[in-house]
Design a protein around this ligand. Structure first.
Ligand code: C2E
Ligand code: CA
Ligand code: CA
Ligand code: CA
Length: 275
């Protein structure tokens, strides 16, 4: 048994070392990836559910890593947050996105995801506004998506940040709505322009015999708070029809399009331009 115990701890240490080295490799990859410009914005269509008209794009980050291939933001964003370089990566992505969006029809909006870590930075609002001004981007065309986890932070501080952005015309969406623990009081305390219902609810609804009641309740909660609902993860016509019947205003999902790079996005726009 003694021998076995030693082997176990050796195995454990080995494993820890391997994980530690892998982690190190990923972190170095991220650091070099920033320098090499491997983080790029992709864009997914957002449409008016009533008319089907294209109204905006959500920027979704991609890491085209030399060592790891295409890495999903769900993987690299938590690591970048822990490394303390999420703000740096996000600012570069937003800057590129503003430039890209200036090539689009001026009616089309740009939504960007903001990490709770960024919102905690007391200079966040100034930094974002500076990017907007320096790039000559109309602030009304920009929408930031923040998640419910921000509501666990100092609400007064978050509120100040959002109010200063809104005073300049930037819009604010509460993202992944329903997955966190926001209370109605918190929802009302912050100046949101709309709620984005998380795709997990939309998928649950579209399952055979799935539950639509929850989605209906979330949409009417939004209506009660005077906040339009955006639905994500719309993959089929039936789901679209149900969401429209409930009164969701805008939506996105594979039914309309996958996230695409800047060049493909421009091609899409050229093809959908009204004649
Ligand atoms: P999210 O903000 O909830 O974005 C929606 C996710 O659903 C995206 O995944 C999108 O590609 C995916 N999606 C869109 N339509 C459909 C559909 O019809 N069906 C299914 N199954 N999925 C769909 P993605 O691009 O992998 O992004 C994952 C998450 O990473 C995002 O979730 C967002 O929270 C985060 N993220 C992405 N870019 C950034 C960024 O620049 N900054 C920060 N802080 N977070 C980001
Ligand atoms: Ca989002
Ligand atoms: Ca979501
Ligand atoms: Ca999310």
């Amino acid at each position: 048994a003694k021998n076995n115990g030693r082997n176990n701890s050796a195995w454990f240490e080995n494993r820890m070392n391997t994980e530690f080295r892998f982690r190190r490799k990923v972190e170095n990859g991220i650091r070099h990836g920033v320098a090499r410009g491997e983080f790029v914005p992709f864009y997914q269509k957002q449409v008016d559910l009533e008319t089907g008209e294209l109204v905006g794009f959500e920027m979704l980050a991609r890491w085209k890593s030399r060592d790891f291939g295409m890495v999903s933001p769900d993987t690299f964003i938590p690591i970048a947050e822990k490394m303390g370089i999420i703000s740096d990566i996000s600012e570069r992505l937003i800057k590129q996105a503003l430039k890209d969006a200036l090539e689009w029809d001026p009616k089309i909006t740009l939504s960007v995801n903001i990490s709770p870590i960024q919102l905690r930075d007391p200079w966040f609002a100034q930094k974002l506004l500076r990017l907007v001004v320096e790039n000559g981007f109309p602030p009304e065309r920009l929408d930031i998506e923040i998640t419910e986890s921000c509501l666990h932070d100092n609400i007064a501080a978050v509120r100040n940040v959002l109010v200063s952005l809104k005073n300049q015309g930037i819009h604010v969406t509460l993202d992944d709505f329903g997955t966190g623990y926001s209370s109605l009081a918190q929802l009302r305390a912050l100046p949101f322009d709309r709620l984005k219902i998380d795709r997990s609810f939309v998928h649950e609804m579209s399952r055979q015999g799935g539950n639509t009641k929850l989605v209906e309740a979330i949409v009417s909660l939004g209506a009660g708070l005077n906040l339009p609902i955006v639905a994500e993860g719309i993959e089929d016509e039936d789901t679209l029809a149900t969401l429209r019947a409930f009164g969701a205003m805008k939506g996105q999902g594979f039914l309309y399009g996958q996230p695409e790079d800047a060049r493909k996005t421009l091609e899409l726009l050229a093809a959908t331009k009204p004649s």
